[in-house]
Design a binder for this molecule. Structure first.
Ligand SMILES: NC(=O)c1ccc[n+]([C@@H]2O[C@H](COP(=O)([O-])OP(=O)(O)OC[C@H]3O[C@@H](n4cnc5c(N)ncnc54)[C@H](O)[C@@H]3O)[C@@H](O)[C@H]2O)c1
Length: 406
């Protein structure tokens, strides 16, 4: 196969998102008919033995412990950033400067300044045909894509309400250790940036409207936690000093456990958002409902192959929420998968994300969400934090600067 028809990928980070993205890169050409063939050239991590094992397990041809050398390689076309937020900006900026396409996990960065720099660099790179995308994967769940299509087609009329919640419970135990997600310098923020960012992006994507202002509150229920054995992800063990007489070392939680806010959007909708890691019993409860003048649509990730639709234009005797089973070949992405009724799962949205990115690179189109789109989400996160820090005062979302948007 000539290198012209290849898209050679280098990925940084190989744990949760690294595994999900690897699955997508491995699968995408086997499911979708695409103009470019993905080659999983090399993966990068910090520990030689662990990254070597990950490369073998996940299907990467080579491995390295130095992301700079990965970015500098001539035989890599795209850098996929799957690290915590504190390294997104440095890696993505270096990759764009080296002329690589970039897929960067969400949230785009840990600060507005970083996100602005990344968005500006991505806009400059576009002129040279370099593409960038931020990994808001839930956009690529077929039921969510269908929801957007139906809203855009006017099936629910003018949007009045948006109701969004992203509920998890993985840190309700106060003994759960202080992993990177609970440290501001590594994660930027807590539930807000981790899962709140998803519902901000998803609701703006589906509604076609942008959040203009918020009133917010945040809470950190457990303020001190045991230090972890190793900085790891959603599951981790606390350092075990039991039996040696040493008290377990702890450290401060420097991010929010929960963030709640009300918002106004530029198309006239009003909205409520709730992002929490303390919703006991809720594991990955992502729910969005939109109420319009002609109907409503509702999505619940725990039933990700379904979309609820209420059509208020139906005769009153026939009205009621309809459960659409989103598995038909004319539903977004689904003609490539299984016969109707044979559902898909979590990892498929990542394969769809890879599909859309490969297609955009091959056809010279700008993929979405762009870094500028992701900067706008970051500006909403920033407004939420500023409002919460000022007694829930109404806070406008800062505009995207002209030089970035250009
Ligand atoms: N799209 C989604 O639904 C989703 C879900 C989870 C996480 N994320 C995002 O993905 C990113 C990674 O999260 P995760 O859950 O995969 O974390 P994780 O802790 O499971 O994995 C992080 C990986 O990055 C590596 N790493 C950390 N710092 C590094 C550095 N400086 N150089 C090289 N490698 C480094 C670690 O070794 C590990 O392999 C975060 O930005 C997170 O917000 C997105």
């Amino acid at each position: 196969m000539s290198t012209q028809s290849l898209l050679r990928v280098g990925m940084v980070g190989y744990a949760f998102m690294g595994a999900a993205h690897s699955q997508a890169w491995r699968t995408v050409n086997r499911v979708f008919d695409l103009p470019l063939h993905v080659r999983m050239t090399a993966v990068c991590g910090r520990d030689e033995a662990n990254v070597a094992a990950a490369a073998a397990r996940l299907g990467w041809q080579e491995h390295t412990t130095d992301w700079r050398s990965l970015v500098a390689r001539d035989d890599i076309d795209l850098i996929d950033v799957c690290t915590p937020g504190d390294s997104h900006a440095e890696i993505a900026l270096a990759a764009l400067a080296a002329g690589k396409h970039v897929l960067c996990e969400k949230p785009l960065a840990n600060t507005i300044a970083e996100a602005r720099e990344m968005a500006a660099a991505a806009v400059r790179a576009e002129a040279a045909g370099i593409r960038s995308m931020c990994g808001f994967n839930y956009r690529r769940v077929p039921a969510v894509s269908l929801m957007r299509r139906m809203v855009a087609d006017g099936r629910i009329g003018d949007i009045r309400h948006i109701r969004a919640a992203y509920l998890q419970d993985w840190i309700t135990d106060p003994q759960f250790p202080l992993v990177w997600r609970l440290q501001k310098d590594k994660a930027g923020s807590g539930a807000l940036g981790d899962i709140g960012a998803h519902i901000i992006d998803l609701t703006q994507f589906v509604s076609g409207q942008s959040i203009t202002g918020v009133t917010a509150l945040t809470e950190t229920f457990v303020k001190e936690r045991p230090l972890p054995q190793a900085s790891s992800g959603l599951s981790a063990a606390a350092e075990d000093n039991s039996g040696n007489g040493t008290p377990i070392a702890t450290g401060p939680v420097t991010v929010d456990d929960a963030a709640l806010f009300l918002a106004r959007l530029d198309g006239g909708a009003i909205a409520t958002y709730e992002a929490t890691r303390f919703a006991t019993g809720r594991k990955n409860g992502l729910r969005v409902e939109i109420n319009g003048s002609r109907g409503s649509v509702a999505f619940d990730f725990e039933r990700m192959n379904e979309l609820e639709f209420y059509d208020a234009t139906r005769p009153s005797g026939e009205q009621g929420f309809t459960r659409i089973l989103v598995t038909e070949p004319d539903h977004p992405y689904l003609s490539a998968w299984w016969p109707p009724g044979h559902g898909i799962g979590y990892e498929h949205a990542f394969t769809h994300q890879a599909r859309d990115l490969v297609e955009a690179i091959a056809t010279g189109a700008d993929p979405t969400p762009s870094f500028t789109d992701a900067l706008q989400v970051q500006l909403v996160l920033d407004a939420v934090i500023r409002s919460a820090d000022h007694g829930s005062a109404w806070t406008d979302v800062e505009p995207i600067l002209a030089e970035v948007a250009a």
